[in-house]
Structure formats: structure tokens, C-alpha cells
Design a protein around this ligand. Sequence first.
Ligand code: HEC
Ligand code: HEC
Length: 337
Amino acid sequence: MGIIVKIQNFIVILFILGIGISALSAESPMNEPIQPIEAVVAENPGMVELGKKLFFDPRLSKSGFISCNSCHNLSMGGSDNLKTSIGHNWQEGPINSPTVLNSSMNLAQFWDGRAKDLKEQAGGPIANPGEMAFTHELAVEVAQSIPGYVAEFKEVFGTDKISIDDITTAIAAFEETLVTPNSRFDKWLMGDKKALTTKQLAGYKLFKNSGCVACHNGSAIGGSSFQKIGLIEPYKTSNKAEGRAAVTGRDADRFMFKVPTLRNVDLTYPYFHDGEVSTLKDAVDIMGRLQLGKKFTDEENVLIVAFLKTLTGDQPSFKLPILPPSSDKTPHPKPFG
Ligand code: HEC
Ligand code: HEC
């Protein structure tokens, strides 16, 4: 008798568990085109610390004034919130600065994907005459002249001789930690049904069912493919960027850009590669018309924007790094000219 009751209980429990499991799987992140961002644990904390210093160090630029953080400000969503960036000598940059947050999830780096990963990317701006305007040789010379860096590179890389390879490796290791988990949307994905308001959820459904997720998907809600801007209607811009065609040389790749991540998109205005669009309202309207041939009503637009604002996650937070001082041998910055 006792055993039978227990077996019955067991079956009931199994049944409840079964419902629980099927209910869970019906709404589990596995069934959504977007996955939550996972926090990262730094494999090599010493290297990350060194990379953080280099990211904030303006002495890697000719002027001694521009650091990675100047254009990828970690207090402003990893971007500069300018239409196009300001480079050495106040030069007008050619293109909008994408966020460095979650950039490790991109299939490649830059709008046109010309760098295969973060390490390859990090060498670019240092030597770009329109950005930091330095050379890799000078960047190495500066780091090598700073005793605090020499000691830290020795600890991390086991060598007395600093190389550009080690500099970019360290910067990339730091950038890999710049992920933003725990957004309201991620909490919802992970089962907290109260994390989104009815409007935000309706916005997500609209985003999903209208087809935005064809291009904006995965953990980064973008970054996983190159797509043409202006599929249904052409995108009008005076910006000269060609997109992917600049890398492949193929005419068919004109105006193909890396789909930007929509993580933290509330913080990373203005939008698009030319930075010409300053509000999410306009960005959503343009995307609907140009990519999907869909004119959203004002109400629908408000819902999608409400959803997009739930994609802001925990921003990287740490103690501002204190940089090791220059020595008498450190080459002097040239801020003017
Ligand atoms: C003068 C402004 C400026 C500085 C300084 C700068 N960047 Fe950038 N960064 C940009 C712009 C603009 C782009 C986009 C260029 C393009 O796609 O052609 C970019 C692209 C990137 C990307 C690619 C992101 C993506 O989604 O494709 C990463 C990563 C990045 N920068 C990291 C860095 C690092 C690391 C440094 C310092 C070594 C740095 N940047 C210095 C403006 C700057
Ligand atoms: C066919 C692919 C595709 C579809 C569908 C698509 N997008 Fe995009 N989205 C892109 C590309 C490519 C860009 C970058 C274009 C550029 O900068 O020139 C972009 C950019 C954006 C941006 C600006 C992000 C930034 O940081 O600059 C937002 C916001 C956006 N999309 C939202 C949406 C919404 C909302 C939908 C659905 C209504 C949608 N997208 C549908 C490919 C797509």
C-alpha cells in the first residue's frame, strides 16, 4: 500500500516535473533567436590588467592625448557618441565608431570586417594617421621606456623586450572582458517573466515576427553576418564607405556592412556606419522600410524602441587604471602637427 502511494506520488511528481520541463523548454533561450550574454572569467587576469592600462594610455598616440578610450569611451557604452570620430589633429573621421562592448562576439572587426579578430584590429588605430597617428615602432619604444610597463610585460609575457604583438595581445585580452550580461531582456530569456513590461515584450514579439532577427540574432543581436543596407529601398548617404566591397573588391559587396550588435544600443547613438541617424525611433523606422519593406505605425515603433532599451546590460566596472609614469627616456608627445 505504502509503496503504491509512493509510486503514485512519484508519478505525479514526474508529471509535474515533465510539465515544468516542457514549459521551461518552450520558453527557454534555446528556442529564441537571441541568447543571453554570459559573464566572462578572465583566463589571465594579469594580462587583462595590462591590456586595460594600454587601452587607457594616450601615450600610444602621436599627440600623447588620444587613447582607445577617447573613441570607445567605457563611460558611454564603449563609443564616442559622435557622428564620426575625431582623430589626430582634430581630423574628421570617415566613419562612426562602433562600440567595443561585446565586440569579441563579432565574426570579424570593423564595419567592413577587414580585421579578423580583436588582436589584429588593435594594431590598426595606433598606426592610423587619422586616428592615433603613431607607428608600431614608436608605440613599442614608448612602452619600453616606461619601467612600470617593462616590469609588467615581463611578468605577463616573460620577456624584457616589449613587442607590438604583446601590446595587441594584451589589449585584446582586456577587450574580451568587456561583455554586458544581465540586461532586462536577458533576465527575461533566462526565465524571469517579470523582467519585461507588457510593452517591452510586445516590442520583442514585433522585432522577432517582423524579421529583424534574420540579421540581428545570436548573443550579440548582430555581429554574426555582413548584410546589405538598403535591401528593399536604397540607403541614401554622402558617406564614402563602400562596406565589404573594400575588402573583397566585388561590386556585389557594395554597401554590405557587418550587422551591428544591438546590445546597449540605447547608449551607442548616433546610428549606422555614417552616424547620420540620431534616434532609435528613426533607426527603427529606416530599418523597417529599407530592410523589410515595412512601415511601422508610431505605436509599433514605440514598442520596438521600448524593447531595444531593455538590451542595456551591466557595464564593465573597475577601478580607473593608474598608468606607470614616463621616464627621462620616453619620447615626447607631439600634440600639434
Ligand atoms: C580616433 C578614434 C579611434 C581611436 C583612437 C580608436 N578607435 Fe577603434 N574604432 C574607431 C572607428 C571609427 C572604428 C570603425 C572603423 C571602421 O570600421 O572602418 C573603430 C573600430 C574598432 C573596433 C571594431 C569594432 C567592431 O564592431 O567592428 C574595435 C574592437 C576597436 N575599434 C578597438 C580599438 C582599440 C583597442 C583602440 C586603441 C588601440 C582603438 N579602437 C582606438 C575609432 C577609434
Ligand atoms: C537584412 C538584414 C537586416 C535586417 C532584416 C534588419 N537589420 Fe538592422 N541593421 C542591419 C545592418 C547591415 C545595419 C548597419 C547598416 C549601416 O550602418 O549602414 C543595421 C543597423 C541597425 C541599427 C543601428 C545600430 C547601430 O549601432 O548603428 C538598428 C537600431 C537596427 N539595425 C535595428 C533593426 C530593427 C529594429 C530591425 C527590424 C525592423 C532591423 N534592424 C532589421 C541589418 C539588418
